[in-house]
Ligand binder design. Structure first.
Ligand code: PHE
Length: 352
């Protein structure tokens, strides 16, 4: 004889009580099957037994049974999520991270030593109150030569073998700048003295050997005031050069000729080693001097006065210098050939 509803209900109740302590997911699944299985599941069977009740009892019993069914489902879901959540203990065993494990080193890139050096230059001069300015690499003949006091017939133009650019208009003469000095011109035309600035960047000349490359980098400095002197120039340059290269650098100031400065100087540098005994080669790294009065006039600074001579305290004056970046790095790191900078050989680059 088939069991009646109350016997099924008793079975369901006792199974339901076991759910919250089901030891594993497998046990839980077994209980679920025993309760809800399509064949002989306790709840399925109880539903069938409902039909044998007298009609007036069906409704209330069906409600009670549905309630019980719902409670069982909820209890199963609750226990299932408890059992599925990994315990801390289990995690500690299976998923712990071994912080002592040595991982393969990831390769990290870094700035090429030229832009890195230029950043240092901006930083060191920035601390001395110098503004940084940049100009275009394609320049006008006017800015690169004429306004710098280098007229078309001037022999200094031969010294700078220029890459000329073809233009449609023969009067619009353009070139790849041969020096950073045209940025001085641009700056003086647009700023009112007193000021101090540097301008780093690439420059181009038809030149190639161990210490020359057709493209290289310079940074120019310019300081204009009413009493800026050659002594100030030496102080600024030596302070900056020592900081940018090494305290073991020695300098040699020689007279030099650049049409846009008067007097003009050249500076050679040599690394003598910490023990002060090594005899490296002198390498010319800087041209510098007091900005030529004509250059100041060309840029609208100190316009000629009509009628009377200008008094010294009414006139702006100052110095300019132009460093070769690669040359300084060659001395600093004892690099024999300028080509190493551009070959992109990681064995070279990784040393810095
Ligand atoms: N422009 C010069 C060069 O390229 C260097 C220089 C700059 C000299 C400023 C004097 C003053 O050789």
């Amino acid at each position: 004889m088939a069991m009646d509803l109350s016997s099924w209900a008793a079975k369901i109740h006792s199974k339901k009580e076991k759910i919250p302590t089901a030891p594993t997911l497998d046990h839980l699944q077994k209980y679920e099957h025993e309760l809800f299985g399509r064949k002989e599941g306790f709840i399925t069977e109880a539903m069938k037994a409902l039909r044998d009740l007298p009609p007036d009892q069906i409704k209330t019993n069906a409600q009670a049974l549905n309630m019980l069914k719902k409670e069982c489902q909820e209890a199963i879901e609750k226990r299932r999520s408890e059992l599925s959540a990994p315990s801390t203990e289990k995690l500690a065993k299976e998923d712990a991270i071994d912080v002592t494990l040595e991982l393969p080193q990831k390769e990290r890139g870094h700035l090429h030593l030229i832009p890195e050096f230029i950043r240092q230059v901006e930083e060191v001069f920035g601390r001395m109150g110098f503004d940084t300015s940049y100009g275009p690499e394609i320049e006008t003949e006017e800015n690169n030569f004429n306004l710098l006091n280098i007229p078309a017939t001037h022999p200094a133009r031969d010294a700078q073998d220029t890459f000329w650019i073809k233009t449609k208009d023969p009067n619009d003469r353009r070139l790849l700048r041969t020096q950073t000095s045209p940025v001085q011109i641009r700056y003086m035309q647009t700023h009112k003295p007193p000021f101090r600035m540097i301008c780093p960047g690439a420059v181009y000349r038809k030149d190639e050997d161990a210490t020359h490359s057709p493209m290289f980098h310079q940074f120019e400095g310019l300081m204009i005031g009413t009493d800026v002197s050659l002594a100030n120039m030496k102080a600024v340059m030596i302070t900056a050069m020592r900081e940018l290269t090494s305290p073991d650098i020695v300098f040699r100031f020689r007279t030099g000729y650049f049409p846009f400065v008067e007097p003009g100087l050249e500076v050679d540098m040599r690394w003598q080693g910490e023990d002060k005994t090594r005899e490296g080669n002198w390498l010319e790294v800087v041209g510098c001097g007091m900005v030529h009065p004509q250059v100041l006039i060309n840029c609208g600074i100190n316009p000629p006065m009509s009628g009377r001579p200008r008094l010294a305290r009414e006139a702006w004056q100052g110095f300019a210098f132009g460093f070769g970046v690669e040359r300084m790095l060659m001395i600093k790191h004892q690099i024999p050939s300028i080509r190493s900078f551009y070959q992109g050989d990681v064995r070279f680059l990784q040393q810095f």
